[in-house]
Design a protein around this ligand. Structure first.
Ligand SMILES: Cc1ncc(COP(=O)(O)O)c(C=O)c1O
Length: 411
């Protein structure tokens, strides 16, 4: 195939229609289907909005909204925990959970140095808990291990250092699945030392989708989803599960944990100004997404692998394992900068959205956009003058060789 040829692939019927949602929303869905910036850009569909119309309209601060209570009960059961709390955002549910774990300074939290709770939540851990965060660099470049964490534990004997009270892991981190055996080892260490375990599971749903596929289970079966998600979350005392990322809810994230933990977190949520009133419409849209969009996550993983393979064939380096729905790429081996690629994609007649070297596939991504993306990079690479092409690298980095530059990734 010549480098500029665009492969055509079948499209799903639009789920946001001009008749129901108006022309602007219907047109916007087309843009969203070609937007690779984040899985937070998905739009509520017509059917999802209908679910909101039929939601209960009680006051959740008074515990009088059945749709919210039903969503919380469903998520708690799926997660294998006693209770759940629905909140506005992943940042809020992470910070509420961490605040609930942390009792009294001096105290500290261990995270990966790239962790969202450490780097991207506006210093919330310091602000709300008066805690120090120890951001560790994984020695294997990919994920923390027991061997990384054990020497960093502060067990309260050295008065110069704030004792470790919580280990906070992230799964997926940059789309990479954290090996469960390693999580179990870390959890055993935490338990032995009376240290809490929290998961930033903003994309734990993607881990569950990949695990269902691995075990040959059915992503449309609530029982199978429950089996897998409960296993993934078993080593943790609490987890934050975003609903407005891969799952496709417009707003919301849940904390899961023991009944006592969630009651305390609900108290903090009120103090943070996060108690909400008629939240039923948001809960029912999240509930709709869990039922209808969760089963699409496996397709997003397949599309991500297709994008990574196409970019690698075009000469880019793939920087991190493509376990789920994210692809990190480096186009410098073909003489292009990330900016060249983002501008080339933006300049298409039917533009593609990208703002960094992180590409995220979501349930509304059009497979055609993936093909157009690859063809554009091929075309841009072919146009780089011979004298500006870098010499071939002596060491191959990327998916094909299983060598990645993961420690360098950011948000
Ligand atoms: C891993 C991770 N955790 C937490 C969050 C926070 O979620 P929110 O944007 O809903 O506050 C994000 C957001 O992108 C994230 O990627």
């Amino acid at each position: 195939m010549p480098p500029t040829a665009m492969k055509t692939v079948p499209r799903r019927a639009p789920e946001i229609t001009e008749e129901v949602a108006g022309k602007a929303n219907a047109d916007k869905l087309h843009r969203t289907a070609r937007d690779f910036r984040s899985d937070t850009f998905t739009m509520p569909t017509d059917a999802q909005m209908m679910a909101a119309l039929q939601a209960s309209r009680g006051d959740d601060v008074y515990h009088e909204d059945p749709s919210t209570a039903a969503l919380e009960a469903r998520i708690a059961k799926m997660a294998g925990k006693e209770a759940a709390l629905f909140g506005t955002s992943g940042t809020m549910t992470n910070q509420l959970a961490i605040r609930t774990h942390m009792k009294q300074p001096p105290h500290s939290v261990i995270t990966d140095h790239r962790a969202h709770v450490h780097m991207m939540e506006a210093g919330g851990i310091a602000m709300f808990c008066q805690a120090t965060t120890h951001g560790l660099v994984p020695s294997n470049g990919v994920h923390l291990t027991l061997e990384d964490i054990q020497p960093a534990l502060q067990l309260g004997t050295n008065i110069h250092i704030a004792p470790t009270k919580l280990i906070c892991l992230e799964n997926t981190l940059s789309g990479i699945i954290f090996p469960q055996e390693e999580i179990v080892r870390i959890a055993e260490l935490a338990k032995k030392n009376n240290i809490g375990m929290h998961l930033d599971g903003a994309r734990a749903w993607n881990v569950a989708a990949a695990e269902l596929e691995k075990r040959g289970l059915d992503p449309t079966s609530e029982a199978d989803r429950t089996t897998v998600l409960s296993d993934i979350l078993a080593p943790f005392d609490s987890a934050s599960l975003c609903l407005s990322k891969g799952i496709g809810a417009p707003v919301g994230s849940a904390i899961v944990g023991s009944k006592e933990f969630i009651e305390r977190a609900r108290w903090f949520r009120k103090a943070f100004g996060g108690g909400w009133r008629q939240s039923g419409m948001l809960a029912s849209m999240a509930d709709y997404a869990l039922t209808n969009f969760f089963p699409r996550l496996q397709d997003t993983h397949t599309l991500a692998r297709r994008l990574a393979a196409g970019l690698e064939d075009a000469g880019c380096t793939i920087l991190a394992p493509v376990d789920t729905s994210m692809v990190f790429f480096d186009p410098s081996p073909i003489g292009l900068s990330v900016n060249d690629v983002t501008q080339g994609l933006a300049a298409l007649d039917d533009p593609i959205g990208l703002n960094a070297n992180r590409c995220v596939i979501h349930h509304q991504t059009d497979p055609q956009a993936v093909e157009d993306f690859i063809a554009t990079v091929q075309r841009l690479a072919a146009a780089v003058p011979e004298n500006l092409r870098p010499p071939p690298a002596t060491e191959k980095l990327g998916a094909k060789d299983g060598k990645f530059r993961v420690n360098a990734l950011g948000y």
